[in-house]
Design a protein around this ligand. Sequence first.
Ligand code: COA
Length: 256
Amino acid sequence: MKKNYLEIKIQDKIAWIKINREEKLNALNISMLEEIRKSLINLRDNKKVFVLVILGSGEKAFIAGADINEFSKYDRNKGLELAKKGQENVLDLIENFPKPIIAGVNGYALGGGLELAMACHMRVAVNTARMGLPEVSLGLIPGYGGTQRLTKLVGKTNAMEMILSGEMIDSQKAISLKLVNKVVERGNLISSITELAKKIMRNSPNAIAKAIEAINAAEKNLKGFEVEKEKFSECFESKDFKEGVSAFLNKRKPSF
Ligand code: COA
């Protein structure tokens, strides 16, 4: 029987997705990538879910990278296939997901693990987390979008240093580089993410999805101002808009 690597719990409109391969520090293999993709597609259509959170199991790691054993004998073609599976099927899906996805960086986020966290819309890290893209130490470069997303998030100067040295940084450095949104004590990780999710969930799900699209357009050097105008105007057709404005005018809380 195929092993299940994900544990998913839905509570109060938050889907908590736990990567469950603690003995290998949650290193990502192909089956896990496929499972993550399938689960995300289900959760996208699940009306009971507004915000998603991805966490690693155990205290040590969020995700310590792609599974080095699995790709150890790959050639160029298999390498390209792997990059496509990771980048296009999973990380691009995360980045363009219409519901907010928060990474709870509960320990090592290395290689593909940091790449996955960077594809999420926000990152909350424990103060003992360590992050890095050490692929050059294996004779590789990041292949799940890491050279692109890290450069966008922390700028070329810092991305060059992190990727070329392959060294890990701690959470304090990560927040100073704006690689993470927040750093918290381990014991406060879940409550802090819940608090952030609750702030988001007060708002219109339709508007949140459009905002993600418009912000991503800026990231990808698309015609962001055009995308924003289009998404802004689309909002006027939504029932969330009617509810949000009516609630404001009637001095009550909106119910989306
Ligand atoms: N792929 C496959 N297995 C991995 C892995 C990865 N990316 N990262 C960790 N593991 C496995 C280890 O091989 C070990 O398995 P074993 O117990 O069967 O030997 C287990 O997870 C525990 O890791 P270990 O190295 O013993 O823990 P540690 O505390 O000594 O070191 C790290 C932790 C994160 C520093 C170290 O595991 C590491 O450097 N991992 C690889 C990171 C990396 O290069 N990622 C990018 C991949 S592209």
